[in-house]
Design a protein around this ligand. Structure first.
Ligand SMILES: [Ca+2]
Ligand SMILES: [Ca+2]
Ligand SMILES: [Ca+2]
Ligand SMILES: [Ca+2]
Length: 351
């Protein structure tokens, strides 16, 4: 036995080393160093009197939409990014978060009063002193903090001139998958829990693991929040693998290698000069992350003909998927579209 071990110990060590190497290579994404990509970009954000949340709201809060026939039934479904569920506000259609907006004090700037429900009572989210920085009259109406704490939004609105006031409301903060039911109807289904940890901005819909079913790559977070909310920063980037029936499962970081923390915004896909798929994820006030994924043998990237705007993809299991040509998805991101042709695809017909 000892002789056997002595003879074979180097073989075992080699096998272990190969095992480690193989495990390392199994990750879907590998980070590209700045030296290798020559991309060194840092989107520094400085707020000034001209550039801020209210002058460019969509730059700060825009989320995004991703498109794909995730259940391989021949019609287009959507994923819609939202704030996520990992925040202080639990909203429903019956108890939404609302914004009452108007220039109540006539100083040429809109005063927005955000409200939430606490124990069935709709109240201002901003405390008395914070609200008074926008609407000084609040101090006169509610003489004490206790008066304000006992009040509802209706107590405040009845002393304001509400003619022409805008009322906006959010019924859900969940990021969802909209399944196309036909006839313009959609079934809204929440994306899995890891996709609700934070706000979603960057989205790429593609077949990441080459099984013929569409997957998604997501980045997000939002640092442009009120001090009373704090950063929305629960996301480190996420890979969701689709099962071809409209359900998705997280691919953990140790298998994906995809890690994008911080105030992440855009996410684009491109073909590298070595024929691999590359991804660039931008993060406000931090370096851009570059990743690449390998294209397995027998898998090819099919470019779209200029004249085609949609295609039918025929899978070997008999399912037919509709693909549409989009020049990007998610938040302020533009990518060249490709169809990932895998072994599970027998024909692609452009229309
Ligand atoms: Ca579909
Ligand atoms: Ca005002
Ligand atoms: Ca459908
Ligand atoms: Ca897939």
């Amino acid at each position: 036995m000892y002789q056997f071990l002595r003879k074979n110990v180097w073989g075992l060590v080699l096998l272990l080393l190969l095992g480690c190497k193989e495990q390392k290579e199994e990750k879907l994404f590998s980070l590209i160093s700045k030296e290798h990509s020559n991309i060194s970009f840092n989107n520094k954000i400085w707020e000034t009197n001209e550039v801020h949340y209210f002058s460019f709201p969509y730059l700060y809060i825009g989320a995004g939409v991703g498109v794909g026939d995730f259940d391989n039934d021949g019609d287009t479904d959507y994923i819609v990014g939202n704030l996520g569920e990992n925040n202080a506000y639990k909203v429903t259609r019956e108890q939404p978060l609302r914004i009452y907006a108007k220039d109540f004090d006539g100083n040429s700037s809109i005063d927005a009063i955000a409200t939430r429900f606490i124990q069935d009572k709709e109240v201002s989210i901003a405390p008395r002193n914070l609200l008074a920085t926008q609407l000084n009259s609040v101090k006169g109406v509610f003489k004490s903090y206790n008066d304000f704490a006992q009040s509802s939004i209706q107590d405040l609105l009845q002393v304001l001139d509400t003619a022409g006031m805008q009322v906006l409301q959010a019924n859900t903060f969940s990021s969802v998958h909209l399944e196309n039911l036909g006839n313009g109807e959609f079934n809204s289904k929440k994306l899995p829990l890891p996709a609700q940890f934070s706000m979603i901005h960057g989205m790429q819909v593609t077949d990441l693991n080459h099984d013929g079913n569409l997957d998604m790559l997501l980045t997000g977070n939002m640092y442009q929040t009120e001090v009373i909310s704090g950063y929305i920063d629960g996301s480190n980037g996420l890979v969701l693998l689709g099962d071809g029936k409209g359900d998705f499962k997280e691919l953990p970081f140790k298998e994906s290698g995809f890690y994008v923390p911080g105030d992440a915004k855009s996410l684009v896909q491109y073909q590298t000069n070595k024929g691999k798929l590359g991804y660039l994820a931008t993060v406000n006030s931090a370096s851009t992350h570059g990743f690449k994924t390998n294209i397995a043998t027998g898998v090819s990237l099919v470019s779209w003909p200029k004249s085609a705007n949609s295609a039918m993809v025929y899978l070997t299991n008999g399912a037919e998927r509709k693909e549409e040509k989009y020049w990007g998805s998610g938040y302020l991101s533009q990518s060249k579209p490709y169809i990932i042709r895998t072994k599970n695809i027998k024909k692609v017909q452009f229309k």
